[in-house]
Design a protein around this ligand. Structure first.
Ligand SMILES: Cc1cc2nc3c(=O)[nH]c(=O)nc-3n(C[C@H](O)[C@H](O)[C@H](O)COP(=O)(O)OP(=O)(O)OC[C@H]3O[C@@H](n4cnc5c(N)ncnc54)[C@H](O)[C@@H]3O)c2cc1C
Length: 380
């Protein structure tokens, strides 16, 4: 067993960290206020493979492994939750399903543009009346000659306004139970697709999330992604991989909160000594450092299993569940350590606290991940 990153992974970590500190960190507070992602920074990401992490090189990607993907997500999360979330959704939720289930023609048609740094991709699952329970999906696709006709609506779709194409979960056979769903590639310039203005959110404010409305949207039959009737299966497999990346984003957010707290405890004085000299404060720092280490190990463990071709559903849910819950408590304690300053908009902690909150909701709530883990335990 070897717990060290190899040379390639370490060099990649250094390169992504430098990029994030130079191109993203200085603007994180500004984009949180403006609600606009910095597309200039996204445009520079292809040089580091960040817009096509696991996309083959022939389509403009970097063809990296899942450990490098986790490394990239941690670095993004450590500087900006908004940028991290949008880049995560682009890679894991849009590019990866196309890599995994797309035909050669679909890969040629969509991936070079998606990896170009000019756009970000989307996945549309959630609907106004169905989130955790994807079998409640009502958006309907009906075959009409050589086309699918799509009607329905989706909610909370990250990056939709920046995307050329949205991987969309639709119902293709109403009476077929879990085999009644399919994934459809829907270009955003199709007539009948309306993308509402971005939601006003508590955090990750520069990562746009939208309501979509489909009114008789027509796509050619060639836009079916993967097999008809396998949409639910494809979606759950997509979420498995995405959960490792969300776990890594959480490790990054937690690391940032911890580092701010560690630095502050060495500057601030109370009762005649530095905060860090109070044992109660040392305990908070010790707990946070331990939790970050454990979360990162769980993320790497799941990524490693994925790269080895092993089943990793349970590990991915564990990584996402644990990391998204420890980042909440670490961000809470980091604010506590800052006292009143922690509550100020002038300090980055309140942004980290708001940004991390979605991590235990999106791509499977904590409750759903506990259900996934328990099912896997009981199945063995
Ligand atoms: C910022 C943001 C970005 C998002 N981006 C996307 C995106 O790009 N694409 C997309 O498709 N969706 C996206 N979502 C939606 C997200 O995936 C859903 O919000 C999430 O899956 C939960 O669904 P829901 O909100 O409908 O909650 P519900 O499913 O209604 O759940 C409500 C509560 O009930 C709990 N619950 C549900 N079922 C059970 C059960 N069986 N047992 C115990 N508890 C249960 C849930 O855990 C939750 O606490 C995003 C959401 C946010 C906030």
């Amino acid at each position: 067993m070897d717990f060290t990153l190899n040379d390639e992974q370490r060099m990649y970590q250094d390169a992504v960290r430098n990029f994030c500190e130079r191109e993203i960190a200085p603007f994180a507070a500004e984009i949180d206020k403006s609600g606009q992602l910095r597309m200039d920074a996204i445009a520079k990401m292809p040089d580091l493979g960040l817009t096509g992490l696991q996309v083959p090189e022939e389509y403009g990607g970097a063809d990296l492994d899942s450990i490098c993907t986790a490394i990239a997500m941690e670095e993004l999360g450590a500087v900006c939750g908004s940028t991290g979330l949008s880049v995560e959704a682009h890679n894991e939720l849009c590019c990866l399903p196309i890599v995994k289930w797309g035909t050669d023609e679909q890969k040629q048609r969509f991936l070079p543009r998606l990896t170009s740094g000019e756009v970000l991709g989307s996945l549309a699952l959630t609907e106004p009346d169905a989130g955790s329970d994807l079998t409640g999906t009502q958006t309907r696709a009906v075959k009409d000659g050589s086309e699918w006709v799509i009607n329905g609506s989706k909610a909370w779709i990250t990056n939709a306004s920046l995307a050329p194409v949205i991987v969309t979960l639709v119902k293709t056979q109403p009476d077929a139970g879990s085999a009644g769903f399919s994934q459809m590639l829907i270009e955003t310039d199709r007539a009948g697709l309306e993308i509402a203005p971005p939601e006003k959110k508590m955090g990750t404010c520069a990562s746009p999330a939208h309501v979509l409305t489909f009114t008789d949207v027509r796509v050619p039959v060639e836009n079916l992604l993967g097999q008809e009737g396998r949409g639910l299966h494809q979606t759950l497999a997509t979420l498995d991989s995405g959960r490792i990346a969300v776990g890594a984003l959480c490790v990054g957010l937690a690391r940032a909160a911890f580092q701010h707290a560690l630095a502050y405890t060495q500057e601030r004085q109370a009762f005649g000594q530095r905060l860090v000299d109070h044992q109660a404060i040392q305990f908070k720092l010790a707990d946070a450092a331990t939790q970050i280490e454990a979360a990162r190990l769980l993320v790497y463990r799941a990524a490693w299993a994925k790269d080895r071709g092993e089943k990793y559903t349970r590990l991915a849910s564990m990584a996402k569940l644990f990391a998204s819950e420890i980042v909440e408590s670490i961000a809470f304690e980091a604010i506590q350590i800052h006292g009143g300053y922690g509550y100020s908009r002038e300090f980055p902690l309140e942004r980290i606290y708001r940004d991390q909150r979605v991590m235990s909701i999106g791509e499977g709530t904590s409750e759903i991940n506990r259900i996934v883990i328990a099912r896997q335990l009981l199945a063995n």
